[in-house]
Design a protein around this ligand. Structure first.
Ligand SMILES: [Zn+2]
Length: 391
C-alpha cells in the first residue's frame, strides 16, 4: 500500500466515524446542519427547509433548488413536468480544464436533472399555470440550448392553451461552453414571448431570484408584464467589477440589488419568499377577473398542433397498422410536395398540383384534424392517377 492510498483510507475512515454534525460545514447540500453565508448562524437544515430556506438569524434568502421551489408554489399532486428527457450535447466539443460532457455528467448526477431548468404545468392555489424554474445548482443555472428550448416549448404551450406563464430565474447567464448556440436562445425565447404577450395577450410574470445575471437578464427575465424579485436578490447584466473598470467610477453599495432596481423602476414588486405563492395567486386572480380585456389572436403559422405531445400522438397514429390508409395518404402528400420541388417542365401541371396541395393543406383548422378527417374520405392516388406520380 502506498502512503497516499493509506492517507486516503484514513481520511475515509475518519469521515465514516465522525459524528454527523461535523460534516455539513464543508458541504451545504449534505448533512444536518448548514451555515448562513450572510450572518454566520448555524442552521438546522430540516427547520431551514420548513422555513423555505430563509435564514432565522438575518432573514436572508438562501439558495433554493428547483424541486423545493415547485413544491412550495404548486399545489400538491398537480405538477406535470414537460420535456424531462431533453438533454444537452456538446456540438463545439468544448474543453477548458475539463471536457464539457464531463461537467454535464457530473452536474446531472449531482442534481438528478438533465439541464438547469424544470418546466411544466400545475395548479397554483387552484389556478392552472405554466411554470418554469431554473436551478442554480446545475452549472450555475447557465442557459444552454436545452434551457432555451424547454422555455420556448413551455411558452408555446402556454400560448396555445391560454395559460398564465411564470418563469423563476436563477442564472449566471448564457452557457459559454455552447458559445453562439446559447446566445441564440435569447432571441428564440424573446420571439416566443412576443407572440404570448403581444399577439395572444396573455400574462407573463417573471420572478427574479439571486442571482439573475448575464444573458437571462438580457432576455426573458426583464420581459415580464410583471417583474417580481426576492429581497436583496443580485440582479444585473455585467459584473460589478467590469462596470467599475469601464466607467472608472465607484458604484453605490446596494448597486444591482433588488431594492436598488425597484427604486429605479426596473421591478414591480419585491416579495419575500413566504408570500410569493399568495402574491402570484392574487395577481393572477386580479388579472383573470379584470373587465374589458382585449381578446388576443395567434398569427397564422404560429397556430396549430405545435406541442410535442400532439406530434408524437400523430406519429403513433400513423404508424399503427390499423390506420394504413392514413399513412398512405401522408406518403401520397409527401410525394406530391416532392414533385412540386423537382423542376417540372409542364407549368400547367405544376400549378394544378400546387392548387391541389394547398386545398389539402388549408381545408381544416389544424394539421391533426385535417389529417384525421380528410384521410377517411379523400385519396389523392385516385385523384391524380398513377401516371403523374410515376414520372
Ligand atoms: Zn443569516
Amino acid at each position: 500500500m502506498s502512503i497516499l492510498s493509506w492517507i486516503e483510507d484514513q481520511r475515509k475512515l475518519k469521515l465514516l466515524n465522525a459524528p454527523k454534525y461535523n460534516q455539513p460545514e464543508s458541504d451545504n447540500s449534505q448533512g444536518l446542519w448548514t451555515r448562513c453565508d450572510h450572518c454566520g448562524v448555524i442552521l438546522y437544515i430540516k427547520h431551514l427547509k420548513e422555513n423555505q430556506r430563509v435564514c432565522f438569524g438575518c432573514g436572508s434568502h438562501l439558495q433554493m433548488n428547483s424541486i423545493e421551489r415547485i413544491e412550495n408554489l404548486i399545489d400538491a399532486g398537480t405538477w406535470r413536468p414537460f420535456d424531462e428527457t431533453v438533454s444537452p450535447c456538446d456540438p463545439l466539443e468544448f474543453r477548458d480544464q475539463k471536457q464539457y460532457t464531463e461537467r454535464l455528467k457530473e452536474a446531472q448526477e449531482r442534481t438528478g436533472l438533465q439541464d438547469a431548468i424544470q418546466t411544466g404545468t400545475g395548479l397554483l392555489d387552484g389556478i392552472p399555470v405554466a411554470l418554469g424554474v431554473m436551478d442554480f445548482n446545475f452549472m450555475g443555472g447557465s442557459m444552454g440550448s436545452v434551457v432555451g428550448e424547454k422555455i420556448t416549448r413551455l411558452i408555446e404551450y402556454a400560448t396555445q392553451e391560454g395559460l398564465v406563464l411564470i418563469l423563476i430565474c436563477a442564472s449566471g447567464g448564457a452557457r459559454m461552453q455552447e458559445g453562439i448556440l446559447s446566445l441564440m436562445q435569447m432571441a428564440k425565447i424573446s420571439g416566443a414571448l412576443h407572440i404570448h404577450q403581444n399577439c395572444a395577450k396573455l400574462l407573463y410574470i417573471s420572478v427574479l431570484t439571486s442571482p439573475t445575471t448575464g444573458g437571462v437578464t438580457a432576455s426573458f427575465a426583464m420581459l415580464g408584464d410583471l417583474i417580481f424579485a426576492e429581497p436583496k436578490a443580485l440582479i444585473g447584466f455585467a459584473g460589478r467589477r467590469v462596470i467599475e473598470q469601464t466607467l472608472q467610477e465607484q458604484l453605490p453599495d446596494d448597486f444591482q440589488t433588488a431594492e436598488y432596481l425597484l427604486h429605479h423602476g426596473l421591478l414591480d414588486l419585491i416579495v419575500p419568499r413566504s408570500f410569493l405563492k399568495q402574491a402570484l395567486s392574487e395577481t393572477i386572480t386580479l388579472y383573470k377577473e379584470a373587465p374589458l380585456k382585449v381578446r388576443g389572436e395567434i398569427p397564422y403559422g404560429e397556430r396549430g398542433p405545435l406541442t410535442k405531445v400532439d406530434e408524437e400522438q400523430l406519429r403513433r397514429f400513423l404508424k399503427n397498422k390499423e390506420n394504413l390508409t392514413d399513412s398512405e395518404f401522408v406518403k401520397d402528400f409527401e410525394l406530391l410536395i416532392n414533385q412540386l420541388d423537382s423542376k417540372t417542365k409542364n407549368q400547367a401541371l405544376n400549378s394544378m398540383l400546387l392548387d391541389q396541395a394547398l386545398k389539402m393543406a388549408c381545408a381544416e383548422q389544424t394539421r391533426t384534424n385535417w389529417l384525421q378527417s380528410k384521410s377517411k374520405t379523400f385519396k389523392i392516388s385516385s385523384v391524380f392517377g398513377k401516371k403523374q406520380l410515376q414520372h
